[in-house]
Ligand binder design. Structure first.
Ligand code: GRF
Length: 245
């Protein structure tokens, strides 16, 4: 005889697969890269779940994006801490509460302490708006334009103690057009960021991209200094979509 067990709670409960990879995203502003990650998750293309979004800026629009997607949105204002070390200590605690497999910096405008970087090394990635090692730091588009470059782009890299200096996982290149200005270039680069970041996150969560101490590997093979160069077509194939050029 089978017993029928009645429980609203149990009937509504859809268990997460035990091996769901957990992602925490850190932001400071608009969060368009966060949105690209949320969209990938919605389409089952992220390889994991964004379990929390943390911002050091209370007004960051990315917090709204997180809330609208039903993701835990946490504000941790750096101005309330007396030192960088105290702030990073608090940030470590909040992040660890969410037990992430991967910590993703998506426009998080803070220099991280060595203690923070050490804590998450190998599972901490960033996206930077240049073809690293060119144009580390800020104002990358203006500097590239001032130099008269013909190619620019973005890079995903593992975070190490060297600012914008960790091993590069992936890059996407944009060609500069006649009459390109800072705004048009920023927009072009952003579009490429939104393509490659979800792929990089997925491959990290799948263990395909790894940090070895010496550098980064893809499927066990060391990557060159510029990481994997992702063309538009490569990204489209990976995402199994017809993308607009
Ligand atoms: C991006 O350009 C990213 O490369 C840099 O910060 C910017 C964040 O933009 N690290 P958004 O907040 O994702 O729109």
């Amino acid at each position: 005889m089978s017993e029928r067990y009645e429980s609203d709670t149990l009937q509504d409960f859809t268990p997460e697969p035990a091996d769901t990879r957990r992602v925490v995203v850190l932001i400071s502003g608009n969060g368009s890269n966060l949105q690209a990650l949320i969209d990938a998750q919605t389409h089952d293309e992220l390889g994991g779940e964004i379990v929390a979004v943390i911002s050091n800026e209370p007004d960051a629009y990315g917090l709204t994006r997180a809330r609208e997607a039903g993701i835990d949105a946490v504000v941790l204002p750096h101005r309330e801490y007396e030192s960088r070390d105290a702030y990073d200590g608090a940030l470590i605690k909040v992040i660890e509460r969410h037990e992430p497999d991967l910590v993703v910096l998506a426009g998080f405008m803070r220099i991280l302490t060595p203690r923070f970087v050490q804590r998450f090394m190998g599972r901490l990635i960033n996206i930077h708006p240049s073809l690293l090692p060119d144009y580390q730091g800020l104002n990358t588009h203006a500097r590239a334009l001032a130099d008269g470059v013909t190619r620019h782009g973005c890079s995903v890299h593992f975070v190490t103690e060297e600012l914008d200096g960790g091993p590069v996982l992936m890059q996407a290149v944009v060609e500069l057009a006649e009459g390109e200005n800072e705004e048009t270039l920023k927009e072009k680069v952003h579009a490429r960021e939104h393509l490659i970041y979800p792929i990089a996150v997925k491959w990290c969560l799948e263990g395909r991209l790894q940090f070895t101490g010496q550098g980064a590997t893809l499927d066990g093979t060391p990557l060159p200094p510029q990481g994997l160069r992702m063309s538009h077509a490569d990204a489209a194939e990976e995402l199994d979509e017809d993308l607009e050029p």
